[in-house]
Design a binder for this molecule. Structure first.
Ligand code: PLP
Length: 360
């Protein structure tokens, strides 16, 4: 069976050596040595000032919204994973959807501007598939209207824009280290900011608001990650470069095999100023019927691409729907093809052949 992705697992002896040390120290969670070590290593690797490792990428967004005291309306993208919109609603704010750009599928800055009203407090945008939002234009807009910006960077691990980490844009960026993501800790995520005051707030918020054992600084929640999860991250880090390299090679193989068949499927475009992390391999079909025909043919061969992201989030039952022509059009036509570290050349060839055979 070939799925859209497959979690990389480090050699079990390497994970075991961390377990050994957990058994010796008895330190299982509550900001233990492995959590601290992983946070330090990630800060270095990603080139960011503050990074808080938390227990998943959704709580990272929720804490970001809380720390920035977001209320009222949040302008957000309809083209993302459900956690982006759900977190806004969960925090009792109202998502307002702006349509996306046809070429890179990120939130359309002009559409955002049109939607700003007196009760808009923030923009929550996703670097979808690891493609950076139009961060400079969004920053200008936010300044002009005194809005906060949160980037859901769940797909953007390691991506650089204009020579710096994409995580250095906006007030807060959030990451997911879920097992299906490029870099994972089984479950996990992170909150990233360059603002010292915000960082102070986030540090308390993810640990029940504790200020020592008996005092509380403010309201908090349990966002802590365990030593077992940190150990997975630490065991995986030495392989990260290799993982990204093999995903790049596989992506290029797809391109080559499609070219060999004279097929040029539409793809979201990546900006020149941006590096790419090969987190996903999205392709767009002519229409939904063509997508479904291809998907069914692949499924018959036990190959399971995923419809990331369908349906678009403006269709969720708990938000106010409205017509978003570009998002709606893209969401029904886009499919993420299998992409992971040990997908073989033969498997890629087979996937491409099945797709090509089912295009007409
Ligand atoms: C995976 C993902 C999340 C949620 O992360 P979890 O770690 O699964 O909670 C949020 N946003 C996007 C865009 C994602 O892909």
């Amino acid at each position: 069976m070939i799925n859209v992705t497959k979690s990389f697992l480090p050699p079990i002896e390497e994970y075991n050596s961390y377990l050994q040390r957990i058994w010796e120290s008895g330190h299982l969670t509550n900001h233990g040595p492995f959590v601290c070590e992983l946070e330090e290593k990630l800060k270095q690797l990603l080139g960011v000032k503050h990074l808080f490792f938390v227990n998943n990428g959704t709580i990272a967004i929720q804490i970001a919204l809380k720390a920035l005291e977001i209320k009222g309306k949040v302008i957000t993208t309809p083209f993302s994973y459900v956690a982006t919109s759900a977190s806004i609603v969960w925090e009792n704010a109202v998502p307002v959807f702006a349509d996306i750009y046809q070429d890179d599928l990120t939130i359309d800055v002009n559409e955002v501007e049109k939607l700003i009203t007196s009760d808009t407090t923030a923009i929550l945008a996703t670097h979808v598939y690891g493609i950076p939002c139009h961060v400079r234009e969004l920053e200008q807009l936010a300044k002009k209207h005194e809005l906060k910006i949160i980037y859901d960077a769940a797909h953007a691990f390691g991506v650089e824009y204009d020579g710096t980490s994409i995580l250095n844009f906006g007030d807060i960026s959030t990451l997911s280290f879920h097992a299906t993501k490029l870099f994972h800790t089984v479950e996990g995520g992170a909150i990233v900011t360059n603002d010292d005051e915000l960082a102070h707030k986030i540090a308390y918020m993810r640990n029940f608001g504790h200020n020592g054992q008996e005092a509380f600084w403010g309201v908090g929640i349990n966002g802590k990650a365990s030593e077992f999860h940190a150990a997975m991250g630490l065991s995986l880090l030495p392989y990260l470069e290799k993982i990204i390299h093999s995903r790049k090679e596989t992506s290029l193989l797809y391109n080559k095999f499609f070219e060999d068949c004279n097929i040029n499927l539409e793809r979201p475009s990546i900006k020149n100023a941006s590096t790419y992390n090969y987190a996903y391999l999205p392709v767009l079909f002519k229409d939904e019927a063509q997508l479904l025909k291809v998907r069914d043919a692949l499924n018959k061969e036990n190959i399971f691409p995923r419809r990331y992201f369908y349906p678009s989030l403006n269709n969720l039952p708990y938000v106010q729907n409205k017509n978003l022509p570009i998002t709606e059009n893209v969401a029904v036509r886009i499919l993420c093809l299998p992409l992971y570290h040990d997908l073989s050349t033969l498997e890629v060839k087979k996937i491409v052949d099945i797709i090509v055979d089912n295009l007409s």
